[in-house]
Design a protein around this ligand. Structure first.
Ligand code: FCB
Length: 391
């Protein structure tokens, strides 16, 4: 049963300096990327093509104007590895300068940049070498990360090496729905180990360049529940460890903050009847509270680096934001050090194997014309950001 956030803290305000923003990722919004594994799979008809997408590569100034007009004070973006290192060991300065302009245009608008170095898509040359199956992959990945921060480290304080290692590993090696479309439990485990090593080596290499950088990952954590059957309780406990803790435990000495991406409530056994998003994902706001409380033991600042809803009609998004944030506030009131919230997403975008059908944007992108239209829920979020409070 859904409980209500306690009123224990008399102030309804979020902590002073709380960051309010939204998130995107390069391949999902930029357009014009042809040299990564997703683009190749798109050409081969295995996944939808992203094409020009939301054309954010060219329209970022206007898009950040919108974010600013919505009273946001931070923004999470990702850098496309295939743009920066189009051939192995060859780096493209022009693309570095592009991202420098992007980051600077955020700062000019008072938006604190959070930069992800790898959000699911691999340069074709790296995928051809086996990607994270390759023994050398941690070195190759760390070299890329080090290069980027040697050029752009002065532009941003907050960096994430990897977005959702387990979601990526499971889409690519367990469910077999994402490049390289494998279903192999050994490789599923193997690439996770490589990602632990890759993050750790990247973390160290980036700190060598600039020890003041704040470095973490964006980790998808879910809330697992169960009915009262013993085997369901065992499954829940196992998955809670395997999915939510194992990776974080392995990198715990090498992160300055935790990025929490939260979308899912998974219940083993009898299901609860819950409202659903356009992705058919359950809406269960209390789940974010459970995930936050679980992260407390790592003793690191937490940023909610993604949370959002596919809702084409925009009839649920406003309440979704308020309800999830009430539970974020409850966690804060109970001593969890949450410092920011990034709604997924600023813009409608390419939702991986679903293509452009699923609408996650605070801002609608009109197909074909790519016109930007601010959805009404975006104003609900704006009000929260302005007041630093849900009421
Ligand atoms: C997350 C991904 C993000 C987006 C949302 C809906 O798992 O990090 O790119 O697709 O889901």
């Amino acid at each position: 049963m859904e409980s209500h956030p306690s009123q224990s803290n008399s102030s309804s305000n979020f902590p002073k300096g709380f960051l309010w923003g939204s998130a995107t990722a390069s391949y999902q919004v930029e357009g014009g990327i042809e040299n990564n594994d997703w683009a190749k799979a798109g050409r081969e008809g295995k996944v939808p093509p992203a094409g020009i997408s939301s054309d954010h590569y060219n329209r970022y100034e206007k898009d950040f104007d919108i974010a600013q007009s919505l009273s946001q004070n931070t923004h999470r973006l990702s850098i496309e590895w295939a743009r920066i290192e189009p051939h192995e060991g060859q780096f493209d300065e022009k693309e570095i300068e592009h991202y420098r302009r992007v980051i600077q245009s955020l700062k000019r608008r008072g938006l604190e940049p959070f930069v992800t170095l790898w959000h699911f898509t691999l340069p074709i040359w790296f995928a051809d070498k086996g990607g994270f199956e390759n023994e050398e992959s941690p070195k190759i990945f760390a070299r890329y990360c080090k290069y980027v921060v040697s050029k752009l480290g002065d532009e941003a304080e907050f960096w994430m090496t990897i977005n959702e290692p387990l979601i990526w590993a499971s889409g690519s090696y367990f469910r077999g729905k994402w490049p390289p479309f494998k279903k192999n439990i050994f490789k599923f485990i193997r690439v996770q180990s490589s990602l632990v090593e890759s993050h750790t080596l990247a973390f160290k290499s980036m700190k060598e360049i600039n020890s003041n950088l704040k470095i973490g990952i964006a980790k998808n954590n879910m809330y697992f529940g169960a009915d009262n059957k013993v085997w369901n309780i065992i499954a829940k406990n196992f998955m809670n460890w395997f999915w939510n803790e194992r990776f974080l435990d392995k990198i715990s000495g090498h992160q300055d903050f935790i990025g929490l991406n939260h979308y899912f409530y998974v219940k083993f056994g009898d299901k609860d009847k819950l409202p659903k998003t356009d992705m058919n994902w359950d809406i269960f706001p209390e789940a974010i509270y459970k995930c936050l409380v679980q992260l407390k033991k790592y003793n690191k600042p937490i940023y909610i680096t993604e949370n959002g809803i596919a809702d084409e009609k925009d009839v649920m998004r406003g309440d979704f934001i308020k309800d999830y944030l009430k539970f974020v506030k409850k966690a804060i009131d109970e001593g969890v050090d949450v410092k920011g919230y990034f709604h997924w997403s600023l813009l409608d975008n390419f939702e991986w194997s679903f293509g452009f059908d699923k609408k996650f944007g605070l801002v609608e992108i009109v197909p074909k014309t790519l016109e930007r239209k601010i959805r009404s829920s975006a104003y609900i979020y704006k009000k929260i950001a302005e007041n630093n409070s849900i009421v």
